[in-house]
Ligand binder design. Structure first.
Ligand code: SF4
Length: 394
């Protein structure tokens, strides 16, 4: 099968090796962060407690926030700082409107695609100073929000920025130096461990540069290899951080993207509900239908949701049982979605699609996607701790 950007089946067998690799590497990331980032996280959580800014979350989340800051800063700050004037607020609002108003989404997306290239993605980058300045972080976060791709990250970075503004210059420099060194280490080490799963990313970006130029998915589809690795480890860190809350729920729902279906949107017979689509069993060859059958055995529901849909629909409501959500998506979008679910107080876990292949964003004809069902079983298994030794294949 054609690999567009990433494939978890690097050795052309199953994807079990990927899950062993990513778990071992995530252990390494946590171990490494304890040498350099733990103190920063400890001081930050003291600040959050003192000003009652949030309920303290698991350490894995804060480590992921710092690592995301380090990598996204390198990937985008130069471009973002080169943008002096842009309709930042309108663009940020447009990315929310498209989630709430699915009918207007095609029109909004055409406008976003044009505005992105006109305003947000200049040809030239600004030369970055050795360490970020606080006023630059404000500007870059505004840019992140405007893209709609990094809204959740921006919300978290702004909170870190509030903490950083309470520190003296020397302390601040030490923190940015630690983040920079940790990011350097991650960039090198992640290629060694996860590089075999992302070998086609650079070639894909080079080949399709012109194709995405005026499209709203330009940023999503041209993510760098380092961001793929960040999101692979990010998905694992999130699963660990959100695990206890998720296990507290009885009802489980697996959310899948439309690209898992055997048929196109027009041919698929799924029934429309407020939250998405429910499979109506039109063909046994469909991956969604197979999952639906698995759900009958393992006691979970399956719902097909469109890309960039309104995840607040899954937030706990009065009179509705709180559901544990298992969301699946491709590497470029999964972490953002996980953080969004967290913001809506949804106990979630995630599972990566084995590769990307949807017609809308990635492939001319579309390739039906899938994910590792053993991984889903491990997520459903309340005894599984997600370490390599604890993996229970069914
Ligand atoms: S089996 Fe279900 S999800 Fe798949 S195409 Fe048919 S109705 Fe749609």
């Amino acid at each position: 099968m054609e690999t567009l950007t990433y494939s978890l089946k690097a050795d052309h067998s199953g994807t079990e090796n990927y899950y062993s690799d990513v778990r071992a590497f995530t252990d390494e990331v946590i171990q490494k962060s304890s040498e350099s980032l733990s103190l920063i996280v400890g001081d930050y959580t003291k600040f959050l407690r003192e000003y009652k800014l949030e309920d303290i979350r698991e350490n894995e989340e804060y480590i992921l926030e710092l690592l995301s800051f380090g990598i996204l800063w390198r990937s985008y700050a130069g471009k973002a700082l080169a943008v002096k004037r842009a309709p930042f607020i309108t663009l940020a609002k447009m990315s929310e409107w498209r989630k709430k108003h699915q009918r207007l989404k095609p029109a909004i997306d055409i406008a976003r695609g044009i505005l992105f290239t006109l305003f947000l993605l200049p040809e030239k980058k600004t030369q970055l100073p050795a360490e970020p300045r606080l006023e630059d972080i404000d500007h870059v976060c505004k840019w992140f929000e405007a893209t709609g791709e990094f809204r959740e990250q921006a919300l978290r970075f702004i909170r870190w920025r509030a903490y950083w503004s309470t520190l003296g210059k020397d302390d601040l420099l030490k923190i940015f130096l630690s983040i920079r060194q940790f990011t350097d280490w991650f960039l090198t080490r992640s290629v060694e461990v996860l590089g075999k799963y992302t070998e086609n990313v650079d070639g894909f970006i080079e080949k399709t540069e012109l194709k995405y130029r005026w499209r709203e998915d330009r940023i999503q589809c041209t993510r760098s290899r380092s961001e793929y690795h960040l999101n692979m480890v990010g998905a694992e860190l999130m699963n660990r951080a959100f695990r206890a809350e998720y296990l507290d729920t009885t009802k489980k729902v697996v959310l899948v993207p439309g690209c898992m279906r055997a048929h196109t949107n027009n041919e698929c017979k799924a029934r429309k509900v407020k939250e998405g689509l429910i499979c109506e069993d039109c063909t046994p060859k469909c991956n969604v239908n197979r999952l639906r059958h698995m759900g009958m055995r393992y006691n979970f529901d399956v719902c097909i949701i469109p890309h960039a849909s309104d995840l607040s629909l899954w937030s706990p409501r009065k009179g509705r049982e709180k559901a544990g959500i298992i969301a699946s998506a491709c590497v470029t979008t999964l972490v953002e979605g996980g953080w969004e679910l967290k913001r809506y107080d949804v106990p979630a876990q995630c599972v990566l699609l084995d590769y990307s292949g949807c017609k809308k964003h990635w492939h001319g004809e579309g390739i039906p996607t899938c994910f590792n069902r053993n991984e889903l079983r491990r997520i459903l298994d309340s005894g599984s701790k997600f370490n390599v030794q604890g993996s229970t294949l069914g």
